[in-house]
Write a protein of this length. Sequence first.
Lengths: 590, 597
Amino acid sequence: MTSHPIATSHVFSTILTALLLLIHSSATATATATALPVNVWPKPTSISWSSPYTIATLSPTFQFDSPSSPSNHYLSAAVARYHRLISSERHRPIYDTTTTNFSTSPTPLQSLSISVVDLAAPLIHGVDESYTLSIPNYSATAANLSAATVWGAMRGLETFSQLVWGGRRRVPVGVEIRDAPLFGHRGFLLDTSRNFYPVEDILRTIKAMSHNKMNVFHWHITDSHSFPLELPSEPGLAAKGAYGRGMRYSVADVGRVVQYGYEHGVRVVPEVDTPAHTGSWAGAYPDIITCADKFWWPAGSPWADRLAAEPGTGQLNPLHPKTYQVVGNVINDIASMFPEPFFHGGADEVTPGCWKADPSIQSFLSQQNGTLSQILETFINKTLPIITSHNKTAVYWEDVILAPDVKVNPAVFSPEHTVFQTWNNGPNNTKLLTAAGYRVIVSSWEFYYLDCGHGDFLGNDSHSDVDSNGGSWCGPYKTWQKVYNYDITHGLSEVEKGRVLGAEVALWSEQADGAVLDARVWPRAAAMAEAMWSGNRDEKGVKRYAEATDRLNEWRYRMVGRGIMAEPIQPLWCLRNPGMCNTVKPFVAQ
Amino acid sequence: MTSHPIATSHVFSTILTALLLLIHSSATATATATALPVNVWPKPTSISWSSPYTIATLSPTFQFDSPSSPSNHYLSAAVARYHRLISSERHRPIYDTTTTNFSTSPTPLQSLSISVVDLAAPLIHGVDESYTLSIPNYSATAANLSAATVWGAMRGLETFSQLVWGGRRRVPVGVEIRDAPLFGHRGFLLDTSRNFYPVEDILRTIKAMSHNKMNVFHWHITDSHSFPLELPSEPGLAAKGAYGRGMRYSVADVGRVVQYGYEHGVRVVPEVDTPAHTGSWAGAYPDIITCADKFWWPAGSPWADRLAAEPGTGQLNPLHPKTYQVVGNVINDIASMFPEPFFHGGADEVTPGCWKADPSIQSFLSQQNGTLSQILETFINKTLPIITSHNKTAVYWEDVILAPDVKVNPAVFSPEHTVFQTWNNGPNNTKLLTAAGYRVIVSSWEFYYLDCGHGDFLGNDSQYDRPPTSSDVDSNGGSWCGPYKTWQKVYNYDITHGLSEVEKGRVLGAEVALWSEQADGAVLDARVWPRAAAMAEAMWSGNRDEKGVKRYAEATDRLNEWRYRMVGRGIMAEPIQPLWCLRNPGMCNTVKPFVAQ
């Protein structure tokens, strides 16, 4: 893609009349928010702009004054980055406005002072990301950004960068922002196994996440299709399991991603899915993988006899001693490559047919009256301690205790050391898991699976004419509205709500790779980001998707200007004609 | 997007074993096609590879020998372009293969001789695009490409370029191809009004079309949302109606697109939609546009009283004399800017409420007992002759005679001068139109609308505000035309379903369409490709094998492979499978309809 289609420089607004505009638009917006001439996404928790509504410009010598920077690399990297961004970005909001009610400050803003209380607080779940940003009306005075931690300061810098706009670098003054996230876990899952993504794609995605104040990159590194991760103790896994020499992540690549994440306030949580989804391990270790390289769903057999949830068979054999040697090496390597305290062990979609196809498992089942659930429990009991031995919190997919067939007694998982990630059944499974005392990450497919709705990837598929939901198992496409409006704590008690860490949107990559990454993820991940940061309701508790439409649209253009090729959500005409693209009742196709 | 994610150079296959591979895969493929070690998309009508299956390399001094080139600019441009492509492309098919049954020719292929019978045949509908390509087994001999026209030669050059692969520029020899399209009209519609596309996006799309042997770029230039086309006689329309100064097409831009189209064998058919979809004209001419700048669907009113099919109101007023002065200038300018003999006049979705909102129309309806259909007929009767005066064939959307409310007596449209484009009701409307004697372009939304399924763009839409446990209201993806049209859906559509032989003869072909409410250059490539490629093959050589069986199964691997080659050529097409599926042929199939669990 060589062009940036809607260069914002094409737009010739002079000064904004957001007040006027937003009166026109269908307004569920709050009074304080409507006053601002420029949007911040995700919307801050509390933002006010005091009369007289005044706009200043940034001084040509505008500086960040950050005395703590020298003592914290991540802070200094962020300050330098935002200085570059503010120096080069010339975002022009797309509202076509010709009048103004704002006064203009005669003195440019000279600096933003940044103060951080606790420079040492590490980037972990629950770290204080709050900040306050104060831009005084007398712009000769410095603006102030205060945060408890470096990570909160980064959120505040992002907010400040979004308050600046236009060729003359305007910024509203007399602004007070107090801001903090509703949920500590605001993530995006990328599957780099079904298709490979170069490191540059991952870095660009992390950058986009930081612009949306998202803080967890859940890296689903491996699966049955490829094993792109080079591990010092197990070099054969990538050598035999990656798609090719140029489609692997080296130790240095991982370090680069992790470091880039810290610099952007984004945790990088690794997942090496086990014991299912491991067909790609069979290249190096055929003896520890059951049903490897088999056709996934034999002709004429019932669905219950499938060998995998989708093409690409193979599961680790928990009865083979060598399994634990290999898995141990993998966990140990990853634990040292990723400082992040969460370690995702996978454990989803154990397929009975794959284990049943193995002679050693067959004999255990028949001769010892064993069950597949016992076999899975054996695997967990031998591998979970390896994870916790590194002082990691283990994250597992909910299947490991909620699957209908193969599952483990929940008593195996202590709520202190285990987090479950839910993907089925919408709010119902979130309820089940939190009621059982577990902390939960929500990524319900019905709302948060970004890959859905683009058809199915199976070949020779005779049902192509009946693809009423877009042809994929999880269709239709999840619209940004669907993502935005999902209440992840629906139906929970206050105690249960407290156990919801947050959410992740997910891009499974059967039909995605770097060619489509940006447009598939953005701006829908941004919709989740706001819902997790400040919610999807206004101060009266009313869903604010209506007011969010124009803001998200505007934000999409700003993201494009920042190099993220996000999908457009409306004709540009809608931004130019606020309110005119609304519908005043549920739309019914004719 | 700064990265090209799956660089084909990452793939380390040495020599291909397509024979072996395709035996593995679920085979409805024909015997001749399976023999080739490299794919051509769209699949040629007839292709054979003779024993002994031999592969040569292109000589480092490989040349196109095209004696006609100096006398035809388009041919010489195409020859130069394909020479550059073949010199630089190093496509490695992604099948992971380690063995081979092929023999290798000791002598490299030195040249391809190109002969064209009729250098003067213009690029118009129905022009002969057939070609034969012969690469003899004795590669010391030149290969031969023969075509009736320059345009057929371009198709043959594309085929030849796809037969070459790998770092050593291998090419199968002993190959004979006879090829010609099933349908003469193989198009793509791009709406550049809802959102703007820079010229570079259009050129890249035309290039991609030529790689797929598509030949019509239907340019839906204007609509109610913006008027990006600068017209010498009516400069105010773009000055007041475009999204901005940098979001207009100048006369030079149009010339560049048209010229680029000819060089790629792609006709550029302009559409300036009238009389509806003209809200953007109101900036320059508020007096000739009814219901301009109104809220599209007033609160509390029934759908029948809407002012437009979607936000963005405004229709030309056929009762205002000035309308014809402006429309006349527009048509005259466009007729001279676009040499193409087809001129698309639009005429879709005339919304009753918009005309009824106008006092002059109200008085015509009440005082003269007139009807809206009469008003539309007036418009057609005054503007169709302007189109035909330029010796153009008028293309209209089917609505103008098939709409349930406002429509024109078909007798107004002579089958000689009018083509209809159908978009509703699938094969049924194609049947209606062809049975009435008209030529038809098929772009049924149920199959060919590439924008569908990505949600709705309306704001303040309360259908999304419901508890997460309630049933889905947006079960089709939240847009009126959802769900997303998969490549399989596009590929499998039989556009002449249910037609008699005579009626079939009236189907010119098809167009996939990208309406741009939720698309712009940021998503263009992935939204269009490879789904447009699916249509391209169905229109070129069909969607069935030689036994008449649908060949989507065999097409999956080929389309997947072709997608990677397109990415290598700079078209950021969407992946349709994990790479694993190409590496493990047949393993991603399903042997019965998939049922979600």
